[in-house]
Design a protein around this ligand. Structure first.
Ligand code: HEC
Length: 68
């Protein structure tokens, strides 16, 4: 996420969306839109990241300061 997503905006945008408990479909839409904006994300990483966002991966929660 750091290398793929934070080049254009802060993590706060991503964290805010995570806190809203959005599902896989919503994240897929977001990632597609990021790719249109110029994000580079191979299909495999796309799946991994979406999984982390939907399942609230511990590392990401800690990154967002939402692990307490
Ligand atoms: C090339 C630049 C770029 C990269 C890389 C990028 N984004 Fe974005 N992102 C944007 C822009 C521009 C906006 C604001 C426009 C919009 O909302 O469509 C945005 C807005 C967002 C939003 C808020 C809008 C919404 O749909 O809720 C989220 C969430 C988001 N990005 C997630 C990500 C994630 C996750 C990644 C990594 C896979 C990422 N972005 C990588 C450019 C980028």
């Amino acid at each position: 996420m750091e290398s793929r997503c934070l080049a254009c905006h802060l993590e706060t945008r991503i964290c805010r969306k995570i806190s809203k408990n959005k599902g896989t479909r919503s994240w897929k839409r977001t990632i597609k839109s990021m790719i249109r904006h110029g994000a580079e994300l191979p299909g495999k990483e796309r799946k991994t990241l979406i999984g982390c966002f939907v399942n609230k991966d511990k590392e990401i929660l800690s990154f967002c300061g939402m692990d307490n």
